[in-house]
Design a protein around this ligand. Structure first.
Ligand code: SIN
Ligand code: MN
Length: 251
């Protein structure tokens, strides 16, 4: 389903837009049916990249959109690509995709960050966005995402590398920068049902807490980049699973 002008305007003003029931129950079931294989796959053979929690549980699986047909189809879904093209005002290619698993009791935090906080170092401009599709119900108990409407227009917040909090080296907003900008009353939780999707700007600060619930919180995130915004050479280029060198225009 396409977006109205008012919805596009809302996305531009708030930095994100949530579309309820973007996927049907059958589409969600097809994606969830592949999750055990994605979690248990053999990295050396299936071409996907996996990150683990300190407990050993899978934290993320990168590149399902290249190797797993239902995810490949999702990344080309007309209800996603139509708005993506309107937002970018251009064609898009896929920068990367990740299944964020946040397993029951083990899945842990994503500190506050903006995605462009990372990507600015990859030689691109901020003409990028992410579509996050909920594969499970997301609640305050299982570590749903948090955002602040309009915060994509804040000045670029100072980021640093956190290597202590989780198993994953997170490029996140410094505590002084958070204290200077983030007010409790402005935080909005991104809760919802399987099949709901959030489109969000690469400059929108976001984060999420530990999964304290017996239910996993799986989400699939697809990042789209403007096809005219391919990475310029940088001193330390990151691998293809996180900064794609496949520039196929989708759709
Ligand atoms: C992300 O920022 O990529 C992940 C956030 C989350 O899964 O809560
Ligand atoms: Mn992020």
């Amino acid at each position: 389903m396409g977006w109205t002008e008012a919805e596009l305007q809302q996305y531009r003003e708030q930095g994100f837009l949530i579309r309820r029931s973007l996927l049907s129950a059958d589409e969600v079931a097809a994606l969830n049916g592949q999750v055990p294989g994605l979690l248990g796959g053999d990295e050396a053979r299936d071409g996907m990249h996996r990150e683990r929690e300190r407990s050993g549980a899978i934290r993320q699986v990168y590149l399902a959109h290249r190797h797993c047909p239902p995810y490949r189809q999702l990344a080309r879904h007309p209800s996603i690509l139509g708005p993506v093209r309107r937002i970018l005002d251009n064609d898009a290619y896929i920068w990367h995709s990740k299944l964020n698993t946040k397993e029951a009791f083990e899945g842990t935090v994503w500190l506050w960050h903006t995605d462009y906080g990372y990507w600015q170092h990859d030689g691109v401009d901020p003409r990028m966005l992410t579509v996050m599709v909920l594969l499970d119900r997301a609640t305050p108990y299982n570590g749903s995402m948090m955002v602040v409407p309009g915060s994509h227009r804040w000045p670029m917040l100072e980021h640093h590398a956190d290597t202590e909090t989780t198993s994953y080296r997170q490029w996140c907003v410094t505590v002084p920068a958070l204290k200077a900008h983030l007010r409790e009353e402005d935080i909005v939780p991104v809760t919802g049902e399987p099949g709901d999707a959030m489109f969000f700007d690469c400059n929108l600060p976001h984060g999420s807490g530990h999964n304290m619930s017996p239910l996993p919180r799986r989400t699939f995130l697809i990042v789209y980049n403007d096809s005219g915004n391919k990475p310029r050479p940088v001193a330390e280029p990151r691998p293809d699973w996180v900064v794609a060198r496949e520039f196929e225009v989708v759709g």
